[in-house]
Design a protein around this ligand. Structure first.
Ligand code: ZN
Length: 267
């Protein structure tokens, strides 16, 4: 199967208009942001029929995307419980749209606080326990959960900790954000994620940056060698979905897609 290329809806805009625009720009599928204000679960459910009708016009299935700040690792038990319920609600929304792939992010507010390093294992274990519940819930609805790597340079949210979580949660699949891996550890970071998780890799986000911040730039405006990334994807025979998470404009995202398709064609 050839790789499919998609674009994420901007949750600040009307969701129906976003999907129409993404189709018009020639993408194979839409990644639906289940996120307030305009992509909040109740809004998506209210527009369910129209969204399904628009999705049918694409040649490939959509992917569901949830906000990065869902905190499945919180060491406030009531807060964690509430986030698990919200995660399940996003899974219900995906099911209502016949989407079979939903992402969550490797994140916990506690893990971004270096002074809490002594709590790292506790928070990672909270994430694992929460994810097991979320993945089981999704599996019962025939939905695959994909887990996106973080965009920080800190060792507390790096590939080692990410692998610990992924290895501990059966059926959890890998969602590689190439820009995030570059912020973490440059081109080597991207290579490490690709080749460590090639058998679990289900989805990819692509965008450029200078290696310091998660800038979501068009391809070529940052420092990532995307020709090399394309070579590696060919090497591992990647044949799933790639979403262009370029935030400058949708036109830039489309041009980035066209550029990356050319790189993939070169052997
Ligand atoms: Zn991403």
């Amino acid at each position: 199967m050839p790789i499919k290329f998609g674009l994420l809806t901007n949750p600040a805009n009307n969701i129906l208009e976003e999907i129409k625009l993404i189709k018009k720009l020639g993408f194979d599928y839409v990644e639906i942001g289940i996120e307030p204000p305009c992509g909040a679960p109740e809004i998506i459910l209210r527009n369910r029929q129209e969204i399904i009708a628009l999705i049918r016009k694409f040649n490939s299935c959509p992917v569901a995307h949830t906000p990065w700040w869902i905190d499945l690792g919180s060491n406030y038990p009531q807060v964690r419980k509430a986030w698990i319920e919200e995660a399940k609600r996003s899974i219900d929304v995906s099911k209502a749209l016949n989407i079979d792939k939903i992402n969550f992010h490797f994140y916990s507010l506690g893990l971004t606080r270096l002074y809490l390093k002594s709590y790292q294992l506790e928070i990672l274990n909270n994430i694992i326990t929460s994810l097991k519940e979320v993945v089981n819930y999704a599996t019962s609805k025939e939905i695959t959960v994909i887990y996106e790597n973080a965009d920080v340079k800190r060792e507390i949210l790096g590939i080692k900790e990410y692998k610990f979580v992924v290895d501990s949660v059966p059926k959890l699949k890998v969602h590689l954000d190439v820009g995030h891996a570059f912020v973490e550890n440059g081109l080597k970071g991207i290579r490490d994620y690709l080749f460590t998780f090639r058998n679990k890799l289900e989805h990819i986000h692509i965008h450029d940056n200078q290696g310091e911040e998660d800038e979501h730039l068009p391809l070529g405006e940052g420092k990532i060698n995307f020709e090399q990334v394309a070579k590696w994807l060919n090497q591992i025979n990647y044949d799933k979905t790639i979403t262009f998470e370029v935030f400058t404009s949708k036109k830039d995202a489309r041009n980035s897609m066209l550029k990356f398709k050319e790189y993939l064609k070169k052997i």
